[in-house]
Every structure is written in C-alpha cells, then in structure tokens.
Write a protein that binds this ligand. Structure first.
Ligand code: MG
Length: 404
C-alpha cells in the first residue's frame, strides 16, 4: 500500500455564473453544500491523507462552519486562495505537509467525482508521474467567430476534455506552479502547467457524470444524478445460469440439421425429432437455468407427436416455459463438437433462427465449433455433441428493506 496522497480542493470561485450571492461550492445539493459531497468523495477513496480546502477570504467563515456542521475532520487545512484558480492551488500546495510524495487536485465544484475515479487517477500518477481525468470529445467541434458564424469544423480525433482530479508528484506540481507564476503564465488546470515544463501527463478516462457545477441548471442535473445513485431502483435483476449437453449418432440417409439449418453432408444425426443436437443442448441449458428439468421431461421421445419435429419448435416452446417463469434470455454460448463438415459458414443463419425462436437479438447467441482431433466418438465421425451455457434474467420487484 503506497503512502497516502494529499488533496487540494480549490473552492475559490466567486460563482458569478450562478447569478446568486452564495458561491456555488456552498450552495445546497441534495440537502448539503456542494463542497461537502466533494470532500466526502475524496475521503472515501481511501488513498487520501491530508485534505487542503482553499476558499476565498470572504468564504472562510462559512467554510469553517460547514466543516464543523458536517463533521468533515478529513480537512486538515483551510487556506485562503488567490485571484485565479492557479493561485489558489499554489496556496494549497504550500500547505501540503513535507514528505507527501503525491498530490491530487480536484475542483470543489465537481461534487460527483467517485472514489473509484480518484483511485484510478492517483494510481496512474504513481505509475507515470502525472495523470488527469479526461474524456474523449464525442461531439463535433466548430470554430465559431464573434458573429456566431461557423468558421470551420475542428477534427476531434485525439481531442480530450480535461476534468479533475489531476494528480502528480508534489514536487513537480510545485515546480510547475512556481515556473508559471515567474513567467506570468495562466493555465486553467495543472496539466497545462506541467506540460509547459515538458513533464509528460497521462490521462485516465473520466466519467460523464463528473460534471462541474457552473450554472444553476448544473445543480438540478447533479441532484438527479445523486438521487439515482442513492436510491436503488425498485427493481432488481435475478440471473440464473444453465448448462446443456447432448450427443447424437451420425448415420446415412438422414438430413443433418444443426441450429435449425439443414446442411449438405453425407451423414445426418439420428433421433426421434430432427436430432438437432445444437438446439437440444440450448433447450436443456434454458430449462436448466429456469429450474425446469430437461428436454426429455417436456417432450418425451416416446410421444409420436414429436417424431421428426423441428427442434426450433421445441426451442420456441422451451422459451415460452421460461418466460412463464418471468425469464428472458440474457445470452447463450454454444459449442458444437464435430469432425466434419465445416460449420462456421452456417453460423449466421443458425443464429438468426435460434434468436427468432428465443425472441432475442442475434447478438445474444454465440456459436462455436470444435473437433476433437480424431479422438472419441466425435473424432471418429460416429456422432456429434454440443454444449450450451445460458444466462436467463428475471426482473423482479426489490422487496429488500430500503437503506436509509
Ligand atoms: Mg437430443
């Protein structure tokens, strides 16, 4: 376990864009000030030792009250910031205790950061020296002039939006900030200050939900995200796994049917139905997952009604039985064991037929084929076998007691 890192939370913004008197970091979000969420998330990462909160001079009293009221004793220092974000972080760096090897900087106005993202960013910084959370740009970018006319489209290839947290070796951060101040450079994040000294900075993929509260609407969005996180959906998914195995003999004068597809071959599988060994394995796996026994129990091979029947019809019936239990097919993975013929060219057609019978998308069904390199009944071409593994999902009302 590496030593814990220090965290600096610049919370110095005057919140002018919010159009309210109170700085945005002190505005209530889901009942507590924005900054409280931010501090709790950093503390919950387990990777952070000292936390330094940097606030404007006129916010010092309010910040102190908030820390006490919410029992935030994780915050070891409360520091007055400067005019720019950069000045505030530099003030924060001065308060990082001696010997703390890594420091992570995180905007006070990004209260939805997850402890997991903090951990990932720090782990990457420990590996490379410096790392920030960022997101690849998804929207099309336009260069627009002052008259709101598009000048051109900017190639978004390789463009990422920087977020925080941003973590680096404490010494490198100090150097970068001093160098920026001495040369009068203003950067809007730590990475830009590090990069101008030629220090490589890597990115870890952030999350869309790690939003920065800058406009009043952002508070509403943040509130909705928090509500989603804290109140689990009243439904939960129950997943059941099932396995199926089947083998049939290969004989002359029988059609070869696999996955519902009739394949040109000099031998076919012997059985009461069409002897579609692949579909039988799938049926058994579905029945297994649903706790409904096996194919023979539902469709006995002594029943003349099932003589020569297409196994796709059996599969359709099996899925109806599973659906009556509330189950839908999550996915199926099927392996056919056969010496010949080559089956892969027929897989797309099989997938379509099987998926249709299961009322599932084709992507839910994966098909594989293998030989046994001449060994055993399949290797000698006396028969074919198939294995299937299936996951069924049932969505049910969650009746477990709600967590307060
Ligand atoms: Mg069978």
């Amino acid at each position: 376990m590496p030593d814990t890192a220090a965290a600096i939370i610049p919370a110095g913004g005057a919140g002018l864009r919010m159009g309210q008197g109170t700085p945005k970091q002190f505005l209530p979000l889901a009942g507590v000030p924005v900054i409280v969420h931010t501090i709790r998330a950093l503390a919950a990462s387990g990777d952070i030792g000292p936390i330094i909160l940097v606030v404007p001079e006129n916010g010092l009293l309010a910040a102190r009250e908030i820390l006490v009221a919410h029992g935030l004793d994780h915050v070891t220092r409360l520091v007055v910031g400067g005019r720019r974000r950069q000045d505030s972080v530099e003030q924060g760096l001065a308060a990082v205790p001696e010997g703390v090897e890594y420091t992570i900087v995180h905007d006070g106005a990004r209260p939805l950061v997850t402890p997991e993202l903090v951990q990932r960013c720090l782990a990457e910084a420990r590996r490379t020296g410096a790392a920030i959370a960022a997101l690849p740009v998804k929207d099309t970018l336009k260069a627009v002039d002052k008259e709101h006319l598009i000048q051109n489209t900017v190639d978004r290839q390789g463009l990422w939006q920087a977020q925080t947290p941003q973590a680096a070796r404490t010494e490198m951060l100090r150097q970068a900030h001093v160098a920026a101040r001495l040369s009068g450079f203003t950067g809007t994040d730590e990475a830009s200050l590090l990069a101008r000294l030629g220090i490589p900075v890597s990115v870890v993929e952030g999350t869309e939900l790690n939003i920065k509260i800058t406009r009043p609407a952002d508070l509403e969005i943040a509130e909705a995200i928090l509500a989603e996180r804290t109140s689990p959906a009243p439904y939960l998914t129950i997943s059941k796994i099932g396995h199926g195995y089947d083998a049939h003999q290969l004989v002359a004068d029988r059609p070869l049917v696999l996955g519902g597809v009739t394949i040109a071959h000099d031998l076919g599988l012997l059985g009461h139905s069409d002897a579609d060994v692949l579909t039988h394995a799938l049926c058994d796996a579905i029945l297994g997952a649903a706790g409904l026994g096996d194919l023979g129990r539902h469709f006995p091979d002594t029943d003349p009604a099932f003589r020569g029947i297409s196994s796709l019809l059996l599969l359709r019936q099996v899925m109806i039985l599973a659906r009556q239990q509330g189950f839908a097919l999550g996915n199926a993975d099927i392996t056919v064991i056969a010496a010949a013929p080559k089956l892969t060219p027929h897989f797309p057609a099989m997938r379509e037929l099987l998926a249709t019978a299961c009322a599932s998308p084709a992507i839910a069904i994966n098909l594989k084929a293998t030989t046994t390199e001449g060994m055993g009944f399949a290797g000698r071409g006396e028969g074919m076998a198939a294995h299937a593994v299936v996951l069924l999902n049932r969505t049910a009302l969650d009746l477990s007691p709600a967590v307060a």
